[in-house]
Ligand binder design. Structure first.
Ligand code: AMP
Ligand code: ZN
Length: 489
């Protein structure tokens, strides 16, 4: 079994790298904020979900039983990311003249397809906000009973001042001084339903034209975005769970509000380790749906875009992203992805050549030490770029074993191959690029077709038939046409 006591995670709550100790031994509960499904996912979203795919994979690699919950936000996320503006999904439904749930389904499907393409493992539970309205209404009742929320004109707001006056600290995650914020923003114009601008909606009364609405004790309306995540995380993971993740842009107000709601309800800190991923940028600017500085995965994978010189397999993009640590900003550029493609190819070629490494009686290479270093890198807050550097150390050694400069015995060779496979396939979730396999198949087939043509010229029918028949037996059919021989797989 893999040693699992060395894992350290950077906790945004304490701004410190902390030793990871799960609340219940052997089990980990992890919640990650899922997408708001009103448009196609962009590569920035993919980066965040891929970062948590790595966390999920590595925790499983360490032998934990992980319950990974990632929601689908299908109501309540307003255009302002706060309490004003149209619901993002309603707006899209209005513009496209579709039922909101058609929008939800379309983009949920897109999200699933894209994440699978990038080889992310699906979560254990994928709850939707509209599937948990009863639970959300129950939470609001508790907060109202505790005096930490108030009703105003059919909507219900969380009372941040009351919360802070009760000894809590709204701002503990984002390190904002809310007292100061409040004293500087006493503007409320009398029109607002809120007592303080920092208060946030738990339930919003729907305007007459608003189509996404449900009955509640306060009004026909819809739940607040922040409440959804509090309810869905604790429903499946308990009042206190191990890891909560999301992009850095969700730290405030979204995650700050989640902490306040949970503490206000149970008195307990809901999350032990808060993890935030840094942003993917493109040409120096944040990738975001609202600014339009985005590239969809299929545009990059098909090559159908103006920014990149060719098409890239999703595995190349995955490798490119994992070459940066999840807490660093990553700039997506043509040159960067081209360089990643070369590195990826070198790694895959070396890995696939391991079977042919010659064996000796002794090893000059310490496989176990190399494995330990790989684990050390991942134990250091999931440092994938450092793990990849270790894999390139292995590439060098593999080459030297082939050249006779290093030696490996049979047993170490088996361990080395097995560990390489574990780190590449299980921990990093990489597999050979499909396009690459196609290119290799095509090159091999051209060679076989030439050999067969030569055999026919030489009237060596036995050989030419053998090539055709054995390929056919493996599902590859040769077709002789006027302009030469082609094949179908
Ligand atoms: P959304 O659907 O906008 O709520 O975003 C889904 C997830 O993607 C959230 O965790 C966001 O923080 C994250 N995200 C959005 N834009 C980016 C970006 N440019 N880079 C990395 N993560 C992002
Ligand atoms: Zn959330």
């Amino acid at each position: 079994m893999v040693e699992r006591n060395n894992l350290k995670i950077y906790n945004s709550l304490t701004s410190d790298k902390e030793k990871f100790e799960s609340i219940t031994p052997d089990f980990v509960g992890m919640y990650v904020c899922g997408p708001t499904v009103y448009s196609n996912v962009h590569l920035g979203n993919v980066r965040t979900f891929m970062s948590f795919d790595i966390v999920y994979r590595y925790l499983k690699h360490l032998g934990y039983k992980v319950r990974y919950v990632r929601n689908i936000t299908d109501v309540g996320h307003l255009e302002s990311d706060a309490d004003t503006g149209e619901d993002k999904i309603s707006k899209k439904a209005r513009l496209e003249q579709l039922e909101p749930m058609e929008i939800v389904q379309t983009y949920t499907n897109d999200f699933h397809n894209v994440l699978l393409q990038f080889n992310n493992i699906p979560p254990s539970v994928e709850p939707t906000a509209t599937g948990h309205l009863i639970e959300q209404i129950e939470w609001i009742k508790i907060l109202l009973d505790k005096g930490l929320a108030y009703e105003s004109n059919g909507s219900v707001y969380f009372d941040v001042k009351k919360y802070n006056d009760s000894g809590y600290n709204y701002g503990e995650l984002s390190k904002r001084d809310i007292e100061e914020l409040m004293s500087n923003t006493r503007e409320l114009d009398g029109q607002s339903e809120k007592k303080n601008p920092q208060d946030f909606a738990l339930w919003k009364k729907a305007a007459p034209e608003h189509i996404m609405r449900w009955p509640s004790p306060w009004s026909d309306g819809f739940p607040g975005w922040h409440l959804e995540c509090s309810v869905m995380s604790t429903k499946y993971l308990g009042d206190q769970f191990d890891i909560h993740g999301g992009g850095m842009d969700l730290k405030f107000p979204h995650h700050e509000c989640e902490i306040a709601q949970a503490k206000g309800t149970t008195g307990l800190a809901p999350v032990k380790y808060w993890m935030h991923t840094n942003m993917l940028i493109m040409n120096g600017q944040k990738m975001s749906k609202s600014t339009g500085n985005t590239i969809n995965p299929d545009e990059l994978v098909s090559g159908n875009n103006q920014l990149f010189e060719k098409a890239f397999d999703p595995m190349i993009i995955r490798f490119f992203m994992l070459q940066a640590h999840y807490r660093s900003v990553l700039d997506l550029t043509n040159d960067g992805v081209i360089a990643a493609e070369k590195g990826f190819q070198r790694l895959m070629d070396a890995w696939q050549s391991m079977g042919e490494m010659p064996v000796s009686d002794e090893s000059t290479f310490d496989v176990q030490a190399w494995v330990r270093t790989c684990h050390e890198k991942m134990d250091d807050d999931f440092n994938t770029p450092m793990l990849i550097a270790q894999l390139f150390e292995a590439v060098k050694i593999i080459q030297q074993i082939h050249d006779g400069g290093e030696k490996i015995n049979q047993h170490d060779k088996m361990i080395f191959k097995l560990r390489m496979q574990e780190f590449i396939e299980n921990v990093l979730g990489l597999k050979p690029a499909a396009t690459d396999n196609n290119a290799k198949l095509s090159a091999a087939m051209q060679l076989l077709i030439e050999l067969r043509n030569k055999a026919r010229e030489d009237r060596d029918w036995a050989l030419s038939d053998k090539i055709r028949d054995e390929l056919a037996a493996n599902g590859i059919v040769l077709k002789d046409g006027k302009s030469g021989t082609t094949y179908t797989v």
